[in-house]
Every structure is written in C-alpha cells, then in structure tokens.
Design a protein around this ligand. Sequence first.
Ligand SMILES: C[S@@+](CC[C@H](N)C(=O)[O-])C[C@H]1O[C@@H](n2cnc3c(N)ncnc32)[C@H](O)[C@@H]1O
Length: 272
Amino acid sequence: MARPLEILGRDGALAKSGPTRPTRRCQGTSWDGNQNFCMRLSRKIEKLTTGEAWSSAVDAYYRLSRSLTVPQLLKGLDQSEFERLRVKYGVEGETKAWQKYVDEKRWLRLAIEQAQELHLDRRRPSRILDLGSGAGYFLYVCKRLGHDGFGLDLDWPALYFETFKLLGLRRVIWHIDPYVPLPAFPARFDLVTAFAICFNAHETDHVWGPKEWQFFLDNLEKNVLKPGGEVFLSLNPEPYGHYTPELRDFFLQRGARIDRQKIWLKFQGFEF
Ligand SMILES: C[S@@+](CC[C@H](N)C(=O)[O-])C[C@H]1O[C@@H](n2cnc3c(N)ncnc32)[C@H](O)[C@@H]1O
C-alpha cells in the first residue's frame, strides 16, 4: 500500500507529505487551512483507491454494532475489589512496573483496542491463549466478546492472581524458556497472542534470535495451535530497535506480516 511521503516541514518537524508550496487549487487567503483540506482530501482519495476506505467502514460498523466500552466491561464486576487492589498494590505515579496494572480503566481501554485490532469483535467464538498474560485485561475483553481465553504467566506478582480471580479467568503458571516446549493443554487454540513480550529474554544480552523463535513457533504449530491457527506477537523494543535485520528476515520468511513491533502469522490452512 502506498504511504504518503514524509517530508521535513518548515520548522524542521516531520510532517506528512503535501505540496511544499501552494498549488493552484490550494492557493487562498488561508494557506494553512487550505493545505490541511488538500491533505485530508488526498488522503481520502488514497484510501478509496487502496481499499482502505472499505476496511475503515467495516471497522466502524463493527465498533458501532458491537460497541464495547469500559463502563460496560466494569458492569457486573465488583468494582470495590479494584479499589482494594489499588490500596494494596498501587504505587503513586508508577507507569512501568507491574503496579501500573491497578489502573483497570486505562488497561481495559487498551485491551478493547487490542481486541478490535485483532478483529475479535467479529470473529467466530475462538479459543485464545495469551502468553505473558499479566493482569488479564485482554483476556477479559476476549471473554466478553464470546471467546474462550486462557492465560500463561509466571507465579509473580500476586496482583495477577487476584485480577484473574476478580475477572473470572483461567491461566497456567509457566516459565517460558528457550528450546523448551510449552506445557500440554487439554485442547488446542485458534489464536495465540503475546503483548509487550518479555519472555524472549527482553533487555538482556541473550535476547532471542531466529533460532529461539524458530523452535518456539514450530512448537506452537505442532503442539498448541489448531491446524490453520494464528499467532500475534508484539515485541518490546531492545536498545537496537524491535528487530535485528536477521530476526526481521526470519519472520518475513515464515510468512509473517510485520507492522512496527507487531507480527501476525497464520499457519497452514488459511489464506493471508
Ligand atoms: C510487560 S508484561 C506484559 C503483560 C501483558 N501482556 C500486557 O500487555 O499488559 C510481560 C509479562 O510477561 C511475563 N513474563 C516475563 N517473562 C516470562 C517468561 N519467561 N515466561 C512467562 N511469562 C513471562 C511477565 O510476568 C508479565 O506478565
């Protein structure tokens, strides 16, 4: 899909492409206003020609017809429990470590977006395994959309035990290690997800490369996923970015679709 060029604006900031000086159609008393209009129009035309407009319309349809909001999600949950967890585990101003997950509204909002991006609002009821499932907000959204979700994580911190109980979710305690198969599950999954991945030895000097990922994906395909199952991975950044060139090539060669830190894989049996 053609993307608009990126150019340096007059103030040196990165801006989306557009004419660098007024074209005839864009000339007028308010250059900035006209330029914005022209840019919006050209983006709309681009969307029409690439089919993006259709897919945006379909997204909008599902978001309206199957709308899911944080207040809806919270209805039916004991909200005083979240308050109790905040008092027990919360750390004022914490935005990085696990204590950040006491802010249920923020994380449910993100989980709704994640589920929508994976089209879980329009997919037949599926069995979903979330690796490094954390506090379980994504799996809770999956559950509310009619899917059967299952988590996998370490036995720490205790907050995750409590949120899983509160959200009525199930998980297995397991430490993912390189070249070690995942545990046997009673049934196979349609989709395996992993958001903000740390199990790949993130931020260490032995972060996973192609060989570790190859073992991991082969194991998912052979033992964990149904035929035609799918995988969604979202990597955390390392000091050099999300991928070494070799790792990026590896995922592409396995047929992955990559968009920044996000990787989609579909195994045999489905068309991309
Ligand atoms: C950054 S958090 C992401 C949590 C959740 N996926 C999210 O996006 O909010 C990383 C999660 O991976 C888990 N984790 C880290 N290393 C792991 C390992 N080797 N095996 C299994 N889980 C691991 C952590 O306990 C934590 O829940």
